[in-house]
Ligand binder design. Structure first.
Ligand SMILES: Cc1cc2nc3c(=O)[nH]c(=O)nc-3n(C[C@H](O)[C@H](O)[C@H](O)COP(=O)(O)OP(=O)(O)OC[C@H]3O[C@@H](n4cnc5c(N)ncnc54)[C@H](O)[C@@H]3O)c2cc1C
Length: 322
């Protein structure tokens, strides 16, 4: 979906400004954002050639849709080039090379969430936990949002409730066909810097822990962790970098990604109840800058539909009819 490539790249461009703004508004929370590029490591020749073909396909799609020669900032590195980028990491024998994208970056999602919470509060917003929204209805030209404790009245409502967004959307006449996809991650003890760049399935935080994963599992709303996943994640990590076998694991967690049928975000406004919006995606960290600067702004300005056309839920109706 070329529109998704453009959206992601737009968010990447906005991230430095977003981070600076967030730092000011949150009272100096540093989200450890770093943009030195990122790698997709390739185990074996087949994976290397498949990655090369995928990069070429993405570049072609963008060129065709924009009719311009875009620089995707992506290149294939052989094993020697890869090793020179990561001198402290002994690569496994099956690693053939990697795809490198200079626009890629990394932020700490826990600090990002903390910074967003702090910024909302400092800008006069209110965060209410333990207030589960049960009902959204129209009354006298505005929306009434009902929780067990309180009712809220507003002229506009944005449903961004993760995996629960689908159920709430139905109440304002919207079909947002989302499903959960489980991702499990292993976290190691803190070690000296080994990974200067974030890699597919392997990233080191500023504090020194290494995150291994994640899985992609269709198991419904089950966010438990499993021994099978820890075995397969650890085994793959050791094929990539054998010395990781020496590290102790300190955490194993899982979360649910919010997936639409085609995997792309849903940004949509209800036709039946104008003023009710759904905003949902599975890459909320990457897209945080574009959500704050573009999506939120167009909801406020009233230009939402024209700005987010390709991401409307209506694309699924067309597919269903076809
Ligand atoms: C393993 C894993 C790896 C990931 N890796 C990346 C990555 O590398 N890059 C990236 O960009 N993204 C990544 N993500 C995705 C990113 O974490 C999500 O996109 C982001 O958390 C989704 O944010 P959200 O606010 O839409 O939903 P959520 O984080 O699910 O938040 C929804 C909120 O709504 C609340 N809520 C739900 N129902 C109701 C209700 N009825 N009333 C009131 N409140 C309600 C919930 O309590 C929750 O606080 C990853 C996710 C996982 C699981």
């Amino acid at each position: 979906m070329p529109a998704y490539q453009r959206l992601t790249r737009q968010s990447i461009d906005l991230w430095p400004e977003f981070m600076a703004e967030l730092y000011d508004h949150s009272g100096s929370v540093n989200v450890n954002y770093d943009r030195k590029g990122g790698l997709v490591l390739c185990l074996g020749e087949k994976a290397f050639e498949e990655r090369r073909a995928l990069n070429a396909q993405l570049a072609e799609q963008l060129r065709n849709s924009d009719n311009l020669d875009q620089d995707l900032a992506t290149e294939m590195l052989d094993r020697r080039q890869l090793q020179s980028l990561m001198p402290n990491l002994r690569l496994g024998s099956e690693i053939v090379g990697a795809s490198y994208c200079s626009s890629d970056g990394h932020a700490n999602p826990l600090y990002l969430l903390a910074a967003l919470h702090a910024a909302v509060r400092r800008l006069g917003g209110e965060l209410l936990s333990e207030h589960r929204v049960e009902t959204i209805r129209r009354n006298d030209g505005s929306f009434v949002v009902e929780t067990e404790q309180r009712h809220f009245r507003a002229s506009r409502v944005v449903i961004a409730a993760g995996i629960s967004s689908g159920k709430l959307a139905k109440q304002v006449g919207l079909e947002a066909p989302i499903r959960p996809q489980r991702g499990q991650i292993l976290v190691t003890e803190r070690v000296q810097p080994l990974l200067p760049l974030p890699c597919s399935g392997l990233r080191q935080t500023t504090e020194g822990t290494i995150m291994i994963g994640a899985t992609h599992e269709d198991v419904g709303e089950d966010s438990s962790t499993t021994t099978e996943a820890s075995i397969s994640l650890a085994a793959k990590a050791v094929r990539i970098a054998p010395d990781l076998a020496q590290l102790r694991l300190v955490r194993h967690w899982s979360g649910l990604r919010i997936m639409s049928p085609d995997g792309f975000p849903i940004y949509t406004e209800s036709e039946e109840f104008p003023g009710a919006f759904v905003v949902t995606c599975h890459s909320g960290v990457t897209l945080a800058a574009v959500h704050a600067h573009v999506i939120a702004a167009s909801i406020v300005r009233g230009t939402f539909s024209s700005d987010t056309g390709p991401f409307s839920h209506r694309r699924f109706h067309v597919n269903a009819a076809a």
